[in-house]
Design a protein around this ligand. Structure first.
Ligand code: FES
Length: 110
């Protein structure tokens, strides 16, 4: 349904040998048109906690330090220093493909 935002999970394409279960990761995928989709990292840009989509509030919320993001991924409140990471999305052979990438690491105290 157009406008719907769903959590999709998948196997990390480049896991470490010791990753175990943490190789399983996720992204938020929204259908924003009949044939178009947008995807966001499921990790907050502050310290990486997993964000959740709150349909009623129309916000991505981070449980760790009160970070919040608007539906387009831009910061609405809290300490996140930048918008949620966007991933390119394409349709191929009837499937939705998300091109994920490593997330930037935030350092504190440097
Ligand atoms: S990790 Fe999300 S607000 Fe700190």
């Amino acid at each position: 349904m157009i406008g719907t935002t769903r959590l999709v999970s998948f196997e990390n394409a480049d896991p470490e040998a010791w990753s175990g279960r943490t190789a399983r990761t996720a992204a938020w995928l929204r259908r924003d048109g009949e044939h178009s989709f947008i995807a966001f990292s499921a990790n907050c840009t502050h310290l990486g906690c997993p964000v959740r989509w709150e349909e009623q509030a129309r916000l991505f919320m981070c449980p760790c330090h009160g970070g919040a993001y608007y539906p387009d991924g831009t910061v609405a409140a809290g300490p996140p220093p930048k918008p949620l990471t966007r991933y390119p999305v394409r349709r191929k052979n009837g499937k939705i493909e998300i091109l994920t990438s490593p997330l930037p690491i935030t350092t504190i105290g440097d």
